[in-house]
Unconditional design. Structure first.
Length: 282
C-alpha cells in the first residue's frame, strides 16, 4: 500500500528559514502588516528588520491583517491535484483568523485537510511543524500526526517583554492610565501566550528582573520536563537578545539556544525592542 502524499501548510508567523521551507516543500501563506493603510506581505514585500526600522522611525499607524481566504482557495485548488491530504498548522485562532480561513477554504475546495490551531506562533509554531515532519518520516499517518501535535501544543511556552507600552496602548491592549503608570514607575509587563491568548502574567520594575523571571520559568519546567532548545526572540534589538542569551547560557549551561526575530504581526502590538523567551516541553 502506497503512503499518502501529505502537503505541509502554514503561515508566516512560523518563523521558518527559507532553506527549511524549500527543503521540505512547505506551503507558506503570508499574513500582512499594514503601514498607514499600505498592505505588505510579511517576509515577502517587507523584511522583519525593515518593518521594525520603519516602526521606530516613522510616524503613523502600524497594524496587521490576516490573509485573504482566496489565498487559501488558490493554494488548495493546486494542492488537491498533487497531494492526498494536507496538514496545516497556523497561528493561534484567538489572535488571527488565518486558521479559520484555511479550514473554510479547504472545505470549499474539498481538500482533505488536517488543520491544527497551534494556539501560539513564532518559535513554538516552527517546532510543531518540524516535529510533525519528523513523525511523518517515522511512518505515522496524517491523522496520527495531527493528534500528537494537538497534544504537544499544550507544552509550548512563549513569553514576551515589551520595551514600553506604546504599541500595546495603540492596539487597545492596555489603557492610557496603565501606560502612564508603567512609564512613571518603569514597570515592564511579562506577556505569555496561553491557551491561544496573550495574557499579562507578571509585572517587574527592571529589565534584569524580567530576564531572571523568564529564566526561572524555564528552570521550573526543567525540573519535571525535557527542554532541548530555547529561542530568544527580539523585535530588532540584537544587542539585548544577545544579553538575554548570555543570561540563559550562564544559568543553564548545557541547553541549546537560538536567536530569532519576533514576527512583525506580533511586534505590531508589542513594539520595537520587545524581547522574549520561548521553548517547548517534550
Amino acid at each position: 500500500m502506497n503512503k499518502a502524499k501529505i502537503a505541509w501548510i502554514t503561515d508566516t508567523t512560523a518563523s521558518l528559514s527559507k532553506e527549511f521551507i524549500e527543503q521540505h516543500h512547505i506551503h507558506v501563506i503570508p499574513l500582512h502588516v499594514v503601514i498607514n493603510d499600505q498592505f505588505y506581505k510579511e517576509t515577502i514585500d517587507i523584511s522583519e528588520q525593515e518593518f521594525y526600522e520603519r516602526m521606530q522611525n516613522e510616524e503613523g499607524k502600524f497594524q496587521s491583517s490576516q490573509p485573504s481566504i482566496n489565498d487559501f482557495v488558490e493554494l488548495y485548488t493546486k494542492l488537491k491535484g498533487d497531494y492526498d491530504c494536507g496538514i496545516a498548522i497556523h497561528a493561534s485562532s484567538l489572535l488571527t483568523g488565518t486558521y479559520q480561513s484555511s479550514v473554510m477554504a479547504a472545505g470549499m475546495e474539498d481538500f482533505n485537510l488536517f488543520a491544527i490551531d497551534s494556539q501560539t506562533g513564532s518559535y513554538p509554531l516552527s517546532f510543531l511543524i518540524k516535529k510533525g515532519i519528523e513523525l511523518v518520516e517515522q511512518g505515522l499517518d496524517a491523522g496520527e500526526v495531527a493528534d500528537q501535535l494537538n497534544a504537544l501544543r499544550e507544552h509550548t511556552r512563549l513569553y514576551l517583554v515589551p520595551s514600553n507600552l506604546d504599541q500595546l496602548h495603540k492596539s487597545g491592549r492596555v489603557s492610557g492610565g496603565q501606560k502612564i503608570l508603567a512609564s512613571l514607575f518603569n514597570i515592564k509587563p511579562i506577556l505569555a501566550i496561553e491557551e491561544g491568548a496573550a495574557k499579562i502574567k507578571d509585572k517587574v520594575r527592571t529589565e534584569k528582573k524580567a530576564f531572571l523571571l523568564l529564566v526561572n520559568k524555564l528552570k521550573e519546567d526543567l525540573e519535571t520536563k525535557t527542554v532541548r532548545k530555547v529561542a530568544i526572540v527580539h523585535a530588532n534589538d540584537f544587542k539585548k537578545a544577545a544579553e538575554l542569551e548570555k543570561v540563559v547560557n550562564e544559568a543553564i549551561p548545557n541547553i541549546e539556544t537560538e536567536i530569532l526575530m519576533l514576527i512583525p504581526v506580533a511586534g505590531v502590538h508589542t513594539g520595537v525592542g520587545t524581547l522574549g523567551l520561548s521553548w517547548v516541553c517534550e
